[in-house]
Design a protein around this ligand. Structure first.
Ligand SMILES: [Zn+2]
Length: 81
């Protein structure tokens, strides 16, 4: 998948948010230059496209997938309960 093309396409919908932290996707050019990423998640029936902001990518790279997700669920819990 072409990340640049995908980012541009998602930008036109104005409905792009980071999958992890809900940061809104900026303009396409800014998203590309700051390092937003687009990934395919294979679902049970359909594959969905998810966006990952530069902050979450950096954190995930630093902590590792498992630890990152644990921090994330703690953060979500703190925000809602
Ligand atoms: Zn994020």
């Amino acid at each position: 998948m072409d990340v640049r093309e995908a980012l541009k396409a998602i930008c036109t919908t104005h409905e792009g948010f980071c999958w992890y932290c809900d940061t809104q996707l900026p303009e396409a050019e800014e998203a590309i230059s700051t390092g937003w990423d687009v990934k395919r998640l294979e679902g049970e029936r359909v594959a969905s496209i998810i966006l990952v902001c530069p902050n979450c990518q950096a954190q995930r790279a630093q902590l590792g997938e498992e630890e990152f997700l644990r921090h994330l669920s703690l953060r979500v819990c703190n925000a809602t309960c």
